[in-house]
Design a binder for this molecule. Structure first.
Ligand code: SF4
Ligand code: SF4
Length: 368
């Protein structure tokens, strides 16, 4: 005789999924069209039909420990073919957002970054830190005017290294909780061994290419990811080089006496341009497409606008510096620093975290 199974729905979880982008979840009548049309869905363990019923039943623990929710790249193929308008692609996105919040450390930051009610407050800590720096830190005023005259590099560099360390710690705790949940749900793949191949696949965006629709998203994501990786690499090299005294900051646009610094500056500007193009493709895709605009959640907007804002204010402050518009240059650079602070500090709780959770899930599933 078959064993009876008791289902304990988590009503609060259902409400959270409905609120965070899965508002049409209950329209699903389990026809399975979505699983058939999804190019990324594996034959042995197809999604997203199963996740739709589990979400309707409020099976929180099972869904948050399900690596399949991270194999979905939100291409929208299933959403456009669903005969009931249940938007399975958006439900999968809402489940990923819930997972990030659930595993976040500390939890209150996970909830704050996902809530539109708190968004202005998220920028207050950065504004206070850089406001205090501009007012009180010791400065060495040089001509021509540099950002470092108001925001001294000998304070900014160690500050961002400290922030990076705390962010890595928060990521490590969140991902360790995720791995524990995967293990207890039966994932027995060699996660450590699978990390590098999964990461390489994400960098190459191979699975994005398999989506039938949304070719623009492929380019938008690819450019943003590569530009960001380039800037992170460059920032780390320059930060360490400057702290050990083998590199001089701020980097010159071009100075034959400082060829390494000049090349790094050119590389940084190229990366910023690549991110801007990628971010504008993603933004334009959501702004110009009415259906997309309606289904884009606050969680998506927060990350996208912050990253575009960082690059835009970075380029604008450089232009103002070249034009010697000193007051405006310092003001825009202040906004730039506040946005970078938000991008970094909230990375483990924003859409940025997708990249790492997805890497771990793919490693656990043995997906190549
Ligand atoms: S989400 Fe839509 S396509 Fe998928 S099973 Fe439900 S009704 Fe069918
Ligand atoms: S949104 Fe795309 S990748 Fe995600 S389940 Fe639907 S068809 Fe598959």
């Amino acid at each position: 005789m078959a064993e009876a199974m008791t289902i304990r729905p988590d009503v609060g979880f259902i409400k959270d999924v409905l609120k965070s982008g899965g508002g049409d979840l209950k329209k699903c009548y389990q026809c399975a069209t979505c699983s058939v049309v999804c190019n990324l869905s594996p034959e042995q363990s197809p999604f997203p039909r199963k996740q739709m019923i589990e979400a309707q039943w409020g099976l929180k623990d099972r869904l948050l420990a399900d690596p399949a929710i991270w194999l979905c790249h939100n291409c929208g193929d299933c959403t456009s073919r669903c005969p009931r308008g249940a938007k399975p692609g958006e439900v999968m996105g809402a489940l990923r957002n819930q997972a990030i919040q659930h595993f976040a450390a500390p939890g209150f930051l996970g909830r704050a970054v996902s809530s539109p009610k708190t968004w202005p407050l998220l920028f207050v800590p950065g504004a206070l830190v850089f406001g205090a720096l501009a007012l009180w830190a010791p400065k060495e005023v040089t001509e021509p005017r540099e950002f470092a005259n108001v925001f001294p590099l000998h304070v900014l560099e160690p500050l961002f290294f400290l922030i990076s360390g705390l962010v890595l710690l928060a990521f490590a705790v969140g991902l360790a909780r995720f791995v524990k949940a995967l293990r207890s749900a039966g994932a027995n793949g060699a996660i450590l061994a699978g990390l590098i191949p999964a990461f390489v696949e994400i960098l190459a965006h191979k699975r994005f290419k398999e989506c039938g629709k949304e070719k623009n998203r492929y380019w938008g994501h690819l450019l943003t990811l590569w530009g960001f990786a380039g800037l992170a690499f460059m920032g780390t090299v320059v930060g360490i080089g400057s702290m050990v005294g083998i590199m001089h900051t701020p980097l010159p646009f071009w100075d034959p006496a400082m060829p390494v610094e000049s090349i790094l500056k050119l590389f940084a500007n190229a990366c910023a341009a690549v991110i801007l193009v990628g971010g504008l493709i993603l933004l334009g895709d959501r702004v110009l497409n009415e259906e997309k605009r309606r289904t884009t959640t606050y969680f998506d907007w927060f990350f996208l606008l912050t990253i575009v804002g960082v690059v835009f204010t970075g380029i604008l402050s450089e232009v103002l510096r070249l034009g010697e518009a000193v007051t405006a240059m310092y003001a825009i650079y202040f906004v730039h620093l506040v946005l970078i602070f938000a991008l970094f500090v909230y990375a483990p709780y924003s859409k940025f975290a997708h990249m790492l959770y997805r890497t771990v899930a793919m490693a656990a599933m043995g997906k190549r």
